[in-house]
Design a protein. Structure first.
Length: 421
């Protein structure tokens, strides 16, 4: 009897389950494959629907704070995309266009792929060397939100953010990128102070397209916060609102006379104003440079106030010298010097003991003050190449590489500077 009751109960449960199964209805009218195909078609049609293209605000790196944002312009037509960029690459000037293939497809979501090589966007994806990812950029992006005039995408590999805004019919690509380039040219400084209602609030260091504040905690440990931005035709726009003293700031317009970014947000009285580091001027003047058995008289003059100098008096070429904000001393990095016949000459850091040289960006020698009166400056590797102690004038028959290297033009072993006046 008990067994019969149990069997009956099980039978009822099965019937109920079956009933539930038969009562379910499809949530979607179409299969997932059909929906994916329609999404691809919708996004591709939307891309091509803007006859004057799109403004692409591209934030490479693993986070917004890594490099800030860069402007590219894009026009999609059939399977081709025409790109222009605010920055120059090895083969393209600012605003010069490059055409390549693109594709909208469905894979882990609807994605936009710049699958034909295009230097203007793929340069963000190329590593600078071993264990040096460069900008850590993406060239494949997943559509996240779409509307008629705005698309938001994220990078498939590194999570880069890409925001696309429809351009108006009368938007002039050349004028847009020229204006952006003018802002960057007129505001090249590395040091700024934030003022709210006329009162200084903090100091910024500009690096790439970010404004960085470094403070120390109670234990004396440095704490750094970066505020990424992107250049506009008028100034800069923060990637996310920047807040100090309960004041939120997003849009800034560059004032060339004041050398300041003026906040244009309604009801906000704030500006980001250039200031010259206190020790920058003390390095201006004449020096005696010694290297090997050679000594010469050279002059350091202002190039970009608070940031760089021009070193004149060396054989054949002037050098650019940086003011290192961390060490508050001079730094000389790898750089292009000029031509030598049919060759291009670069100032390359050199390990004079081992005989190796490098032409990697950012490598160089940092100055160390060894005497104050007179001021004497010795140089050591800046920590990027790690073993350099000298420089070479080195000739290449093209862009620097192992295959274009032609040979040394001049050796500058273990240089030192002594200020004359």
């Amino acid at each position: 009897m008990k067994k019969s009751k149990i069997y009956s109960l099980l039978a009822c449960v099965c019937l109920l389950m079956q009933s539930c199964l038969f009562s379910e209805e499809d949530v979607f009218d179409q299969s997932s494959a059909q929906r994916a195909m329609e999404s691809v078609e919708e996004c591709n049609n939307l891309l091509q629907s803007s006859s004057n293209g799109w403004l692409m605000e591209y934030y490479p790196g693993y986070s917004l704070e890594d490099f800030g944002g860069f402007n590219l312009l894009a026009k999609f037509d059939g399977g081709n995309v025409v790109l222009a960029s605010e920055i120059a690459t090895a083969n393209y000037a600012v605003g010069e266009t490059c055409t390549s293939l693109y594709k909208v497809s469905s894979f882990q979501g609807t994605q936009l792929s710049f699958d034909g090589y295009n230097e203007l966007i793929h340069s963000f994806c190329e590593p600078e060397g071993y264990n040096a990812p460069g900008f850590a950029g993406d060239y494949e992006f997943i559509f996240r939100t779409i509307s008629e005039d705005k698309l938001v995408l994220t990078g498939k590999k590194n999570g880069n953010m890409l925001v696309m805004t429809r351009l108006s019919e009368d938007a002039d690509w050349s004028v847009m990128l020229s204006n952006i380039n003018d802002i960057q040219t007129n505001a090249p400084y590395a040091t700024y102070t934030l003022k709210i209602d006329g009162t200084e609030v903090t100091k910024f260091i500009r690096s790439n397209h970010t404004l960085t504040v470094t403070t120390k905690d109670e234990q004396g440990q440095p704490h750094t916060v970066s505020y990424p931005y992107i250049y506009t035709s008028e100034g800069i726009r923060m990637a996310e609102p920047m807040e100090f003293n309960n004041v939120s700031m997003t849009e800034f317009s560059w004032d060339n006379e004041k050398r300041s970014f003026i906040c244009t947000d309604e009801g906000v009285n704030a500006e980001v104003e250039f200031y010259c580091p206190e020790n920058y001027p003390k390095y201006l003047g004449r020096y005696r440079i010694k290297y090997g058995s050679t000594q010469r008289t050279v002059t350091l003059s202002q190039k970009i106030e608070g940031l760089t100098y021009t070193l004149s008096g060396m054989p054949n070429y002037n050098w650019e010298v940086q003011y290192n904000l961390n060490t508050e001393c001079l730094e000389i990095q790898y750089q292009y010097l000029g031509t030598y016949g049919l060759y291009k000459v670069y100032l390359c850091p050199w390990d004079s003991q081992a005989g190796y040289l490098t032409w990697a960006e950012g490598t160089g020698l940092s100055g160390i003050i060894t005497s104050e009166s007179p001021m004497r400056i010795a140089f050591k590797d800046n920590g990027v190449y790690e073993t350099a102690d000298s420089f070479l004038y080195y000739a290449f028959n093209g862009s620097p590489s192992g295959t274009t290297a032609a040979g040394s033009v001049l050796q500058i072993p273990t240089p030192t500077l002594e200020k004359i006046d």
